[in-house]
Design a protein around this ligand. Sequence first.
Ligand code: SPD
Length: 283
Amino acid sequence: MPLQYNEYYNEQTGLTIGLKKLLFSEQSDYQLVEVYETDTWGNLMTIDGMVMLSERDEFVYHEMLAHTAMFTHPKPERVLIIGGGDGGTAREVLKHASVTHVDMVEIDKTVVDASKLHFPGVGDFDNPNLNVSYEDGIAFVKNVKIPYDVIIIDGSDPVGPAEGLFEKDFYQFCINALSDDGVLTAQTESPWVESYYPSMKKVFYALDDLFPISKMYLSFIPLYPAGMWSMACASKTVDPLSDEVIERINSSEKKFSSLKYYNAEIHTGSFALPNFVKDIIKR
Ligand code: SPD
């Protein structure tokens, strides 16, 4: 019997990944962080038995979460990332020339340590514009004094330490911590997994109540449950589907030609939702 990792997202239904060996395992104060070498996906990080990233497919998640927000804002300078301890979201944010300051607030230093050791190509931790702190993201955002242009919620699933990142109060703190033309993106789980629906509804109802513009968008991430993943984009002024945003993406095409997933067509197309997905967040 070969060595396999299984993430069951419904009774006996799940995802199977072939493993070569365990590279890292640490029970931190918050969660069990593990890294495996796989047979197909490069190194794989799991938290409490749920896939966080693999070397091979992480670009989809990180490009979609970061650039959708960064191109929607007219000139993002100050950026806050809640979670994101592997460094992938910060790496994408830091590709934008307008950025002067990124705060990454990760509750669990073990995630950063594991990433630096086993995902050397993912983070850009030596970048002088990146400040990493280890604290509770909810408490941090509640006390923000200088507003951010972009806030990105790159948390794990709504169990354990990330549960609060799916609550309305948290998004109220976020809107207060954003500048007048601020933009927020957040990871919001799989539309194929019904046990996630209550959390998805909570986030989208909160954003709908709090922000003038809020929309769901989708991407395809093979190692996340069922492969289809939802994200939220909320904005105080600029619509992510406006001409000015598409124009910004197109005019940066050359500089961002090394991106492996995100482009202007993907940006627009990702906001097209199948009817069953629309129904999940319909009020
Ligand atoms: N089950 C997958 C949930 C995705 C959470 N974020 C992953 C972290 C990657 N930066």
